[in-house]
Design a protein around this ligand. Structure first.
Ligand code: ATP
Length: 370
């Protein structure tokens, strides 16, 4: 692991805030009719890999551009390390951005691309040389330092873009879908590389993606966005296991939504079966509710339901190597997907039209705000 100056920053505790986004709204259009950000507040911690996740047009890039200073907010303010930076120009903020298209200079060498920003800052020549070498080590590109960036691969260009953005030692690195131009294999490699860079440098990374799997595997915390708002902030585990509302549950992972009745902390499904213990989110009262069950938390056996099992009919059997998914019809007419790992025998006992008896794992029922 190369010794970097970035690494020698004092360690910070998890709860220290790096970027505080306070009530930011951003309106576009001649009549300000496009609400790209709608009263967004979030505290992004020091040293964390923080991801903005959401569908196209939800406001991720706009929020990143507001943090970078490329876009003034219509309302709200932005603090960095406790200081109000809302009115600072982009180059006055200790923040750097890696863009989707990398924006490298194709006719310049790898080393000169990395040096460029430092030269613009008027750094002494010797310091620039040392810093470029250090950055090349950090992204493991020493051998290609003299190559033009038009003559290196997409993954290597990505590394150069990262090295260039890290060279001026920003406190926060913004990354706008930086892996989207790479093929799947390279994208997986760069995901690991980005995680490594983030933990070695100890910087705050704010990463934008619409790819839920990428968000789950890379992030310390995720903010799920829709229509200019942050719907939920939490660790990948929290967001997946306890989505606060239907949109979040639907956007991350596969979901079954079922009608149910809530009484205290007990849930009864309309489709029958036993009762399940679940905690109602704030604002959800006793009575009719909607619940989430992940397919991997429901299992089925062939035959008629007995006791607390749910009665179902098999509509489709989907084999995917490591697992078999069943698409089931419940007696209410609702559908339920199950996903069960395949054992070494790889046999499936189910045929279409068969009766199935479903068991939902304890603790697997999540009550949703609709
Ligand atoms: P994507 O994943 O497609 O990049 P996004 O989540 O990053 O989407 P934004 O680019 O932040 O979304 O856009 C949010 C909304 O604001 C969209 O409706 C978009 O059309 C609108 N918008 C963004 N920039 C402008 C602009 N300069 N002028 C007008 N509308 C804009």
């Amino acid at each position: 692991m190369p010794e970097t100056a970035l690494k020698t920053r004092p360690a910070t505790t998890e709860s220290e805030t790096a970027v505080d986004v306070i009530g930011i709204s951003k309106l576009f259009g001649s009549n300000q009719e496009i609400r790209a950000l709608d009263d967004v507040s979030v505290a992004i911690r020091k040293n964390e890999f923080f991801t903005l996740l959401g569908p196209s047009g939800c406001g991720k890039t706009t929020l990143l551009r507001v943090i970078a200073g490329f876009e003034p907010p219509t309302r709200g303010s932005l603090h960095l390390g406790g200081r109000d930076i809302s009115r600072l120009a982009p180059n006055q903020r200790p923040i750097n951005t890696v863009f989707q298209n990398y924006a490298l200079f194709p006719h310049m060498s790898v080393a000169n691309n990395i040096a460029f920003g430092l030269e613009m800052l008027g750094k002494p020549k010797n310091d620039i040389r040392d810093k470029v070498t250090e950055m090349l080590q950090l992204v493991r590109m020493e051998e290609l330092r003299s190559r033009r960036t038009s003559e290196i691969s997409g993954g290597q260009q990505q590394r150069v873009a990262l090295a260039r953005a890290l060279a001026p030692q920003p406190e926060v690195l913004l990354l706008d879908e930086p892996l989207s131009a790479l093929d799947l294999k390279l994208r997986k490699e760069m995901q690991i590389e980005l995680k490594r860079l983030q933990s070695e440098t100890g910087l705050t990374f704010i990463f934008v993606t619409h790819d839920q799997e990428e968000a789950l595997t890379m992030s310390d915390r995720i903010a799920v966005m829709n229509a200019g708002k942050i719907l939920q902030v939490g660790s990948p585990r929290e967001i997946y296991a306890h989505p606060s509302e239907r949109f979040v549950a639907n956007f991350i992972g596969e979901s079954n939504f079922l009608n149910a009745h809530l009484s205290g902390n007990r849930v009864t499904l309309e489709a029958g079966g036993g009762t399940y213990e679940a905690v109602a989110p704030e604002g959800v009262a006793d009575g009719k509710v909607s619940v989430l069950v992940r397919p991997e938390h429901a299992s089925a056996r062939p035959g008629e339901a007995a006791g607390e099992e749910l009665a179902a009919t098999v509509e489709t059997v989907v084999y995917s190597g490591d697992a078999t998914s069943l698409h089931l019809r419940l007696k209410t007419g609702e559908t339920l997907k199950t996903k069960m790992p395949n054992g070494p025998e790889q046999s499936t006992a189910f045929g279409e039209g068969d009766a199935a008896a479903v068991t939902i794992a304890p603790g697997a029922v999540t009550i949703l705000k609709d």
